[in-house]
Design a protein around this ligand. Structure first.
Ligand SMILES: [Zn+2]
Length: 122
């Protein structure tokens, strides 16, 4: 067989060190971003608790509405069921994927299953 030689131990260790450095930088960036979002959220809760008619809250709300990523209005329980319907509906396309589900695994109650079953029977 015409295989290249295995990776030398020194080269392997250098790669590991580079991966570790990159992972640390990435983890720090993610944690800083999470802390920033948490501080913002705490500030909003504080503003809401004190005065939802305040200028500070309205300013935050106006700025937030421009970048808000909300994609569901309703209860969190319903959100799970709606997402399950979207996922199952996306996968079942008889012309291209020809998938047939035989098992539905979920947690909690069975409302998501009911939503999916009803949506796909239409
Ligand atoms: Zn939002």
């Amino acid at each position: 067989m015409n295989l290249p030689p295995p990776v030398a131990k020194d080269a392997y260790n250098k790669n590991l060190i580079q991966i570790e450095k990159a992972a640390k930088v990435n983890a720090e960036d993610i944690m800083k971003d999470a802390a920033k979002r948490l501080r913002e959220r705490l500030l909003v809760y504080q503003l809401l608790l004190t005065d939802s008619e305040s200028k500070e809250y309205k300013d935050w709300k106006d700025a937030h509405e421009l970048k808000c990523e909300i994609n569901h209005k309703g209860s969190s329980e319903e959100m799970k069921a709606v997402a399950a319907v979207v996922i199952f509906s996306r996968s079942i396309n008889t012309y291209t994927r020809q998938l047939k589900y035989s098992t539905f695994v979920g947690d909690g109650d069975s409302s998501s299953f009911g939503w999916v079953k009803e949506a796909l029977e239409r």
